[in-house]
Design a protein around this ligand. Sequence first.
Ligand SMILES: Nc1ncnc2c1ncn2[C@@H]1O[C@H](COP(=O)(O)OP(=O)(O)OP(=O)(O)O)[C@@H](O)[C@H]1O
Ligand SMILES: [Mg+2]
Length: 234
Amino acid sequence: MKIELNNLSHEYDVEVLHNLNFDLSKYKSIGIIGVSGSGKSTLIRLMSGIEKPTSGEIIINGMNVANEAHKKRVGFVFQNHNLFPHLSLKKNITLVLEKTRDKSKEEANKTAEKYLNLLHLSDQMDKLPKNVSGGQAQRASIARALSINPEIVFLDEPTASLDPILTHEVLTAVEELRDLGKEFVFVTHVLSFVHDFADYVIYMYQGKIWEHGLPSMLDNPKTHELKEFMRKVR
Ligand SMILES: Nc1ncnc2c1ncn2[C@@H]1O[C@H](COP(=O)(O)OP(=O)(O)OP(=O)(O)O)[C@@H](O)[C@H]1O
Ligand SMILES: [Mg+2]
């Protein structure tokens, strides 16, 4: 995927991303790491188009993310699964397909079943989110993000609310998606997952891209800040 950040800044009450300039091509799975508050979620939300930057621009695969058409090519998985609580796992997906993608009921059903199967949820799909495990709910939300057949899937700490076993279960399911031909941008605290799944890594520190490179950079940090980060998370 090709990512261009040009003079990208973002502020809420204060500025939290500071004039990022960044250019990347060819990698397919990009992991973003960094301490809490460093701007990871802000950056991924801006890249997905969910939020608009205060200034600057983001161009992904040749298209400015401010373009309406960008919305159609991305899927987003949130930290907490974000499923509609009153709908079954399957209905959570068919609703999106029928309402936002103009799919017929049959097509929506078929697509929902396909992705729920892919995430190993065929026997859970008629349950409400509250009646499945956190890992299953999170996998359903990944199935929902995939069901719209996005070009790029954004995942913002999809396992933040899960225990280590469910974390492993969800991340293994994500790793199995490698061959779908999609591009991934994800935020995680699980470094083994970065090693296994990312082909490029961005380390954020205080609202800046502090260091970036191949996953092997984690074994050989250049900056004091990444060194400290690695020492603390290991
Ligand atoms: N909606 C908001 N309103 C005001 N400030 C915000 C908002 N969202 C984030 N911030 C601030 O922006 C900065 C970056 O936050 P961000 O959520 O991007 O960090 P993060 O790296 O994702 O952290 P975490 O690992 O805790 O999720 C923080 O100082 C945060 O307090
Ligand atoms: Mg965050």
